[in-house]
Ligand binder design. Structure first.
Ligand code: NDP
Ligand code: 8X3
Length: 257
């Protein structure tokens, strides 16, 4: 099992949900963190908490992964002390809206495509060359069960997560003769801000996703990320699907509890 102490971990979307939970777990394991998201106040608060609680080094960057120039500036601007990135968690992502293709919002589609696909590509494009230069690294993408199945009115979100699956598989092939590992972790329902973002703050609609069942917690997903990140060099967790016990597929959910 690999030790995470002193490893440099870059996490996108670290201000909430899965990314935030992963930041806490890596910090608890002694890793130093580069945290990226758009909300500066949250980045500052989380970074202070982690520094005090775990006495680890934290670097934050207020950045929107949808813009390649911004991502490039952040990554290329890392000092030599920070640019040997051991683990990249491509987690920043979102769903916007829940409507049929023929009734959907083009701006919602663009936001999902720009964040979930292009953002992940931009960060990967900038970080993997650093890993190759350092002859070591691990890219962990947060996909979804929506990258393996589709559901009505989930069309474009599902398509973006299918793209994450394709990008992950292709990247693993391209890096097979290098020390860099590539993993995708594909959760089902996790209670985060995801649904509130999808329904733009409509808490009644957001709650429907979790009604009558017990979703995963972001900490459950973070544990799977840590498991993947700590396997020995000969062992790559290629794909991991994580489901709440009450969920058998995107659409088959036992909601009687
Ligand atoms: P949250 O909404 O709780 O967190 C999303 C994070 O992504 C926030 O930190 C947000 O930070 C960041 N983010 C969003 N857009 C951008 C952007 N353009 N640039 C930088 N950061 C961005 O949701 P989750 O934790 O649930 O989502 C994390 C990932 O997990 C997503 O990829 C999602 O698709 C995936 N997932 C979620 C599931 C769920 O049921 N919750 C299930 C399966 C997968 P900020 O707003 O500060 O920029
Ligand atoms: C999030 C899970 O089922 O809401 O990726 O699409 S789902």
């Amino acid at each position: 099992m690999k030790d995470l102490k002193g490893k440099t971990v870059l996490i996108t979307g670290a201000t909430s949900g899965i990314g935030k939970a992963a930041a806490y777990k890596f910090a608890e394991n002694g890793s130093r963190l580069i945290l990226i998201a758009r909300r500066k106040d949250r980045l500052e608060k989380i970074s202070k908490e982690l520094e005090v609680k775990f006495k680890t080094e934290i670097l934050t960057a207020e950045a929107d992964v949808r813009y390649f120039e911004i991502v490039k500036t952040v990554v290329n601007g890392l000092s030599d002390d920070w640019n040997k990135i051991d683990i990249l968690i491509n987690n920043a992502g979102l769903a916007r809206g829940f409507s049929t293709l023929f009734d959907g919002s083009v701006s919602d589609w663009n936001e999902m495509i720009d964040t979930n696909i292009k953002g992940l590509l931009y960060v990967t494009r900038c970080v993997v060359p650093l890993m190759l230069r350092n002859n070591s690294g691990h890219v962990i993408n947060i996909g979804s069960v929506a990258g393996r199945e589709v559901y009505p009115s989930g069309n474009v979100y599902c398509a973006t997560k299918h793209a994450v699956d394709a990008i992950t598989k292709g990247l693993r092939m391209e890096l097979v003769d290098t020390p860099v590992k590539v993993t995708t972790i594909d959760p089902g329902l996790v209670r985060t801000e995801f649904s509130m973002v999808r329904y733009r703050g409509d808490s009644d609609k957001a709650e429907v996703a979790y009604s009558g069942m017990k979703p995963l917690t972001p900490e459950d997903v973070a544990e799977a990320i840590i498991f993947s990140a700590t396997r020995n060099d000969n062992f790559v967790v290629a794909q991991m699907v994580l489901l709440p016990k009450a969920q058998a597929s995107t659409m088959i959910i036992d909601r009687k509890n």
